[in-house]
Write a protein that binds this ligand. Sequence first.
Ligand SMILES: *Cc1c(COP(=O)(O)O)cnc(C)c1O
Ligand SMILES: [Zn+2]
Length: 415
Amino acid sequence: MTDLSLDVPTPPEADGGVWLSCIECENAVAPFDDVVYRCPDCDGLLEARYDDYPDWSEFEGRGVWRYSAALPFESGVSIEEGDTPLYTVPGIEDDLGLADLRVKHEGMNPTGSFKDRGMTVGVKVADELGVGRLACASTGNTSAALACYGTRAGKQVLVLLPAGKVAAGKVAQASLHGAKICEVDGNFDDCLDVVAELANRGEAYLLNSLNPFRLEGQKTIGLEILEQSKAETGAYPDRIALPVGNAGNTAALYKSFRELVAAGAMDESEMPKLTGVQAAGAAPMVEAIENDWNEVQPWDEVETRATAIRIGNPVNAPKALPGIRATGGTAVAVDDDEITDAQRALAREGVGVEPASAASVAGVRKLREAGEISADEHVVCLTTGHLLKDPDAAAAAGSEPVSVPADADGVLDAL
Ligand SMILES: *Cc1c(COP(=O)(O)O)cnc(C)c1O
Ligand SMILES: [Zn+2]
């Protein structure tokens, strides 16, 4: 039985007040002695636990490390990640008929996606463990972030990408930051199987979102949204909608809420409703929520223009499904045309995102039109990656250039 309760005594395995706990069998594991990704006893997912959870007064400074009191270390391998804007989008807010709609744009991180928040912590842990080679399977953004943070830490970086299915900007980043890029003849889930085997053989330290420390960094998205919303609107949002691939963010946001409740800094009833959005061609989480299943059934075949969420076997589902349910949230699937429409709507507000990111807005539109989100709600949509990540998708969704002669009248004629 999955147990996400934080109200447990500190075990002898704790190191500096931090340990890893299996969410299935509550086995406690020492965090920094050996490399471990899953429970050695039952193979369940691990979660970081602390002897003490901070309240709002313990946070100071900016960015991810503002929240170091809620992280395993005081500082990490950093290039000033986090502290991303919470934009108003009055046109979409009006169009959807919502009391308040904001966009938390994670594309404004150093490498252009939220993955930086996880890497600043994850690469620090790799340093602590003394490992030399870092690896990930990726739909693109994880590889860009790992290449960037890994090289900054002086590590060798190996990335496995599904051949032909990664957006151009992301491959370019991994390449220039010096990662060894292997294109695998298979999908993301196949890449993850291969990299997991390399990790099990001790050949590389795995920095996929299976790694519990990455989710610690990603928790700071939840903390920032709550702090910014309170400061700018006077209240926490009623709902946070986010794109779901491996469901790491869904799990991380829920963990940020649970820890605040454990610290007495937030009431359980104040947790925003976590609303996961998937592409219709890759929606195993939506299927599990709709059918009230406790586990997802992996999808073998997945397809969507939103390549960052083209995932059939979301590894963090056991942590994320309870989060969606406990907060009173839901999950919804949107098709690729709905995603592109939302990408255009965001772009008209000056917010440039990659396709997967726009899924959050497309999902809120769909739920609003179905009457499942009421007009008085305050909603935050998470946009996970920057427009420039996928220049081909942006160009395809935008308008065609026109050819003109090299004179002013020619340009005016074309208007
Ligand atoms: C990684 C990623 C996602 C998926 O996030 P999960 O935490 O795996 O659910 C969504 N959008 C973008 C742009 C991403 O890079
Ligand atoms: Zn276990």
